[in-house]
Design a protein around this ligand. Sequence first.
Ligand SMILES: [Zn+2]
Length: 103
Amino acid sequence: MAKKRTEHIIQKDEVEIGLFQLRLMFGDSWEEDIHLFTHSFFCDCGDENRELVNYKSYISSLNDVILKGWCSSCKTIAIKYIETGERAGIEKVSDRVRKLNKS
Ligand SMILES: [Zn+2]
């Protein structure tokens, strides 16, 4: 049986963002949003109490947010892909987020 990868792959179009930038991407509901997403990711273990922990946040060229971290239950890597790119007005926000990264 193939062993599960132990390191995340970062795609070329993905830019790492910090907590402040992550908050900008979700606006006022960021806390609830992040809570929801870190408790609703796919993992092989299927543990009901799993949580995405020690994650880093990325923004893709499609303005989606990707959380790359670890499953708290089985201690393997896990990803949550969030389609923020569909949200109204997200382009403006993500442009700002990207600019913050360069300064
Ligand atoms: Zn797991």
